[in-house]
Design a protein around this ligand. Structure first.
Ligand SMILES: Cc1cc2nc3c(=O)[nH]c(=O)nc-3n(C[C@H](O)[C@H](O)[C@H](O)COP(=O)(O)O)c2cc1C
Length: 290
């Protein structure tokens, strides 16, 4: 059974499947016959062909009946609503002591799942951490790691070596030394400047062998963070945790992550204690029009 079949009797010869296919799977015969899926091995299963074909003329093994759904355009936000969401999304860091229900976290993950991925590989995986002891473990281990990093980079000899080992990353690490030390000092006194007491952390991981796994993960993060905002939750990007993972730090919650996968992003999620009534403007975008 071929992976992709165009049924000539249903096809209205619009050519949209062939024109839109990013992998050039289809050939459009010059004689006006229906497109032919001549290069199915190139297909990246993006679903564009089946989604465009309202006549259901394409049978695609990756999209069985029911897996291509109608769009309800009435549900779409207009540009003003969407822009307001971009404006109001905040990285709030003071959380209520209240767990986030699983149904809401599922919506957040669903938002991430729908983000674009390089080559449509859909390779981003998610780890939801809600266990208080696991969260503490992540926060404490990361804080200790940052403290140790700062200690090492304060030493001129180690800093000199790190300049070669870390290359471009050294600049940002040096700028952050005071912050690293503050995070570590807070942890020594029982505070948490890593996760800020968030009741949940969502980690985004993928196989580093994929195409642009880091970029795909960041797009999932942005979708997820906007969904948090829409649900009345708040979140912030756990850059410290991701940086620690980058440097090889292992947390217990990563034990069952597929072998070889790397953590590319993380969001600390919870209910905001404070509700923003105003939004601070950004710098003017540096744009070149050519
Ligand atoms: C890559 C990245 C890493 C970040 N890491 C942290 C972090 O470790 N801790 C934190 O509190 N905020 C972190 N943030 C949040 C930024 O500080 C925040 O997005 C920025 O100050 C703008 O504020 P806003 O998100 O409320 O608009 C990070 C953001 C990004 C994009």
């Amino acid at each position: 059974m071929p992976k992709i079949v165009v049924e000539p009797a249903r096809c209205r010869r619009c050519g949209a499947c062939a024109h839109e296919c990013p992998a050039e799977v289809f050939t459009l015969p010059k004689d006006g016959a229906a497109p032919r899926a001549e290069r199915p091995e190139r297909c990246i299963a993006c679903g564009h062909c089946v989604a465009l074909c309202t006549r259901e003329a394409i049978r695609h093994a990756d999209f069985p009946p029911g897996s291509v759904r109608r769009i309800d355009r009435d549900l779409l936000p207009g540009p003003d609503a969407l822009m307001e969401l971009f404006r109001v999304r905040r990285s709030a860091r003071v959380f209520l002591d209240r767990p986030v229900p699983r149904e809401l976290l599922e919506k957040v993950i669903e938002a991430g799942r729908l983000a674009p991925t390089a080559h449509n590989d859909q390779g981003t995986g998610y780890i939801v951490v809600q266990d208080a002891a696991e969260l503490r473990h992540i926060a404490e281990k990361t804080a200790a790691f940052l403290g140790e990093t700062a200690r090492q980079l304060r030493s001129p000899v180690k800093r000199f070596i790190a300049t070669f080992l870390m290359r471009r990353k050294i600049k940002s690490a040096l700028m952050m030394l005071d912050s690293f030390e503050a995070v570590a000092a807070a942890a020594r006194e029982g505070g948490d400047k890593v996760l800020r007491g968030a009741p949940c952390v969502l980690l985004f991981h993928a196989d580093p062998g994929l195409a642009y796994p880091d970029k795909s993960a960041q797009l999932a993060v942005q979708n997820a963070s906007l969904m948090c905002e829409a649900l009345g939750l708040t979140c912030f990007y756990t850059g410290y945790v991701v940086g620690a993972c980058d440097s090889g730090l292992k947390f217990k919650v990563l034990e069952n992550m597929p072998k070889g996968h790397r953590v590319y992003a993380g969001l600390a999620i919870g209910w905001p204690k404070y509700t923003f009534q105003q939004w601070p403007d950004r710098k003017t975008a540096a744009v070149q029009w050519r």
